[in-house]
Design a protein around this ligand. Structure first.
Ligand SMILES: NC(=O)C[C@H](N)C(=O)O
Length: 330
């Protein structure tokens, strides 16, 4: 009776995937309801009081801002009403890092929120979902997990939401944090931490999210050798609020992009330089003079996470100094 209370918010993904064959061929993500997934790990009843809620049933390539809002609002409600001691989110792996970072930025509670998923569908040989789900629950109820912000628990690794990235398209050790490595390990029902998040996990959050919050439109443009800047001009014509450039190296781009970025900035679009390189930071005023160009930098956030932060920060301010500060804070 005194067991910790965990609510699982399920969104679909391969962990809930089903197919006709024993491998991945032709499976569909998000088919199996959360109560059935909980049924695959009966021994979890000895360590926690578990209940599941189906928030969505999608492959995470179809994750939407609306589902993010639904998840976050329900998580904040659960903690505000003291309905649970911790939350586990089951989620596809393709965009898991974006959802994890989004939740990290909008859930002010210091209670644990742990995401997990799987690489093999539930119907495959050696499906990794049940073990990942069990581990995520052990992470969520561990006393040392409190105050660490949102985490991803996967293949026995524990990763900070801000740092984690999907590194493999098909392998079961799909996640890592290229800049920092894992913060801990879950194994044999045990949880050990090696380190903490590099950023303060609970600074005042960039925004207070409500059902009415409308997130501005921010898109990502990829840079490559001899790229034309048509995509940038097209997106500016679509009246985007922000653009993240997945630049080369230290957030660099060619002359065509440089001219198009100038046009975008003149049109009032906030342009953030990030990098397609998986690790390292994009620093101000290196080969590109951000003051002259009117750009900001992502620091060490990947383009997909820089987009999440820019969307949230833009709801609060359009001031470039403040937006840049957000990238150095969160
Ligand atoms: N392994 C997975 O979960 C991949 C799947 N496409 C998803 O993200 O939902």
């Amino acid at each position: 009776q005194d067991l910790p209370r965990v609510i699982i918010l399920a969104t679909g993904g391969t962990i809930a995937g089903a197919g006709a064959s024993a491998d991945r061929a032709g499976y569909t993500a998000g088919k199996i309801p959360i109560d059935d997934l909980i049924g695959t790990i009966p021994s979890v009843k000895k360590i926690a009081n578990i209940s599941g809620e189906q928030i969505a049933s999608v492959g995470s390539q179809d994750m939407t801002i609306e589902i993010w809002k639904k998840l976050a609002i329900r998580a904040n409600e659960i903690f505000a009403n003291n309905e649970a001691d911790a939350i586990v989110v089951t989620h596809g792996t393709d965009t898991q890092e974006e959802t994890a970072y989004f939740l990290d930025l909008v859930i002010p509670s210091d209670k644990p929120v742990v995401l997990t998923g799987s690489m093999r569908p539930a119907t495959a040989i050696s499906a990794d979902g049940p073990k990942n789900l069990y581990d995520a629950i052990t992470v969520a109820i561990h006393p040392d997990t409190k105050g660490r912000g949102v985490l991803v628990s996967f293949n026995e690794g524990i990763y900070d939401a801000r740092e984690v990235m999907k590194m493999s398209t098909t392998k079961t050790n799909a996640f890592d944090s290229p800049n920092t490595g894992a913060v801990g390990q879950a194994y044999d029902g045990r949880v050990e931490y090696y380190s903490s998040s590099v950023r303060e996990v609970n600074p005042p959050k960039p925004i207070v999210l409500t059902a009415d919050t409308k997130l501005p439109r921010v898109d990502i443009v990829y840079m490559y050798a001899d790229a034309s800047a048509d995509m940038i001009d097209f997106l500016v014509s679509k009246k985007v609020d922000g653009l993240v450039i997945a630049g080369v190296g230290n957030g660099n781009f060619n002359k065509a992009y440089m001219d198009a970025v100038k046009r975008a900035v003149t049109a009032g679009v906030i342009v953030c330089r990030a990098s397609r390189a998986p690790s390292g930071r994009v620093v101000l005023h290196d080969e590109i003079n951000d003051d002259e160009l009117g750009t900001i930098v992502s620091d060490d956030l990947t383009p997909q996470k820089a987009r999440v932060l820019l969307m949230l920060a833009l709801t609060r301010s359009k001031d470039k100094k403040q937006l840049q500060e957000a990238f150095f804070t969160y």
